[in-house]
Design a protein around this ligand. Structure first.
Ligand SMILES: [Fe+2]
Ligand SMILES: [Fe+2]
Length: 189
């Protein structure tokens, strides 16, 4: 990812990879490798211009997510990274693609890999808010027991939602769908 990212952003990605390595330390080698690939891929398009992000999505044969395009174009870096990973970078594991594709919003279909990326992305120690949200404690819990990962991911989702509400930012429908799925509410049609 070095040609695509530099400085602070590359530091963030390296820290996400290290953090997900902690969370996945007791997984089998194949799953742990997949988690590390997701970490390295997730922000590959985060430093690109909106036009380049859009072009990457279209070049992969996808339409940019209309909600993100309208309300929060920055979210499209996730779709671009997933599309590029699938088409150009040879990522064949659908769990990696699903994790990367939805890493800023959450997704109700995620397995452990998606949840681990979500937790590591928010909790890596370079985040300026890491101490105030107790990020280290969250990572330790997720790393100590894979049974704790869903609960930790749910906590991270609650923290992220609270921050969006506090800042008056719009919330992507996938985030609400994830919240309802993880909180046990029936899916709305
Ligand atoms: Fe991101
Ligand atoms: Fe990130």
């Amino acid at each position: 990812m070095e040609p695509r990212l530099s400085g602070k952003r590359l530091g963030h990605v390296a820290s996400v990879a290290e953090t997900i390595g902690r969370i996945a330390r007791s997984w089998d080698a194949e799953d742990r490798d997949a988690a590390l690939r997701a970490a390295w891929l997730h922000d590959a398009w985060r430093s690109e211009s909106p036009a380049a992000v859009r072009a990457a999505i279209l070049a992969a044969g996808e339409e940019p997510d209309p909600w993100a395009a309208r309300h929060a174009p920055v979210l499209l870096h996730a779709q671009a990274a997933a599309a590029w990973g699938r088409v150009e970078a040879g990522e064949l594991d659908p769990r990696v693609i699903l994790a990367v594709r939805h890493h800023p919003t959450g997704h109700p279909s995620w397995d452990d890999l998606g949840r681990a990326l979500y937790v590591a992305d928010f909790c890596e120690p370079h985040r300026p808010f890491a101490a105030s949200v107790g990020a280290e404690r969250l990572v330790t819990r997720a790393a100590d027991s894979s049974a704790a990962l869903p609960a930790v991911a749910f906590e991270v989702l609650a923290l992220r939602l609270a921050r969006s509400v506090r800042d008056g930012r719009p919330v992507h429908p996938d985030t609400w769908r994830t919240w309802n799925a993880w909180a046990g509410a029936p899916e709305s049609p």
